[in-house]
Design a protein around this ligand. Structure first.
Ligand SMILES: [Ca+2]
Ligand SMILES: [Ca+2]
Ligand SMILES: [Ca+2]
Length: 190
């Protein structure tokens, strides 16, 4: 009888330890997330939106796409924001909002988000707020005055993106790499 009671205690103890370690796993995951937010470089007064992923050379019948990333902890209304490529015909982003720490996909097409073409061999994208440049990316052979730091041309069906999301040293070659398409979700390590 005593042996059976001892065995029951043992089983209960094992169960308890398992439950505790599962809980502490989730707690530490939360702490990691909090740390990520608190160590960000962006204050709430300086909304930081980056051109986070570009898909200029789509596979099959996919449309060309651009992904924006909001690295701040607040939703941002894009009413006074525009995006343009190398032909400099700004497209208004009015009516769009990008959620805190979230993504916004812009799709090419008539009646869609933009109509300019993303050149496969090289181009530039410029994101502006009230006419002021907030982010820009050059890739391939686009002559922006310094070809050496341009991001690579993605192969057909691949995108170029920042890793990790939003990382921006203003050196496109280091900031953006060719990667698997991940529009609307976190960029995937290439
Ligand atoms: Ca293209
Ligand atoms: Ca450049
Ligand atoms: Ca992405």
């Amino acid at each position: 009888m005593r042996k059976i009671i001892k065995l029951l205690f043992f089983i209960l103890a094992v169960l308890f330890i398992n439950v505790s370690s599962t809980r502490s796993f989730y707690v530490s995951k939360g702490e990691i997330n909090n740390n990520t937010f608190s160590t960000g470089n962006w204050s709430s007064n300086d909304p930081k939106i980056t051109i986070n992923e570009i898909y200029p050379n789509p596979a099959a019948d996919d449309p060309e796409q651009i992904e924006l990333y909001n690295g701040s902890n607040q939703n941002i209304d894009l009413s006074n924001w525009t995006i343009e490529d190398g032909i400099h015909s700004p497209k208004s982003l009015s009516g769009k909002t990008i959620i805190a720490n979230g993504f916004l996909i812009l799709v090419k097409g008539s009646g869609a988000d933009f109509t300019f073409g993303l050149n496969n061999d090289g181009d530039i994208l410029i994101l502006k707020q009230e006419g002021e440049v907030k982010d820009q990316v050059s890739w391939g052979d686009w002559g922006d005055g310094n070809l050496a730091d341009n991001a690579p041309n993605p192969l057909k069906g691949k995108s170029i993106g920042r890793y990790p999301d939003g990382s921006d040293t203003d050196f496109d070659l280091l900031d953006l790499r060719e990667m698997n398409l991940s529009m609307g979700i976190a960029n995937i390590y290439p």
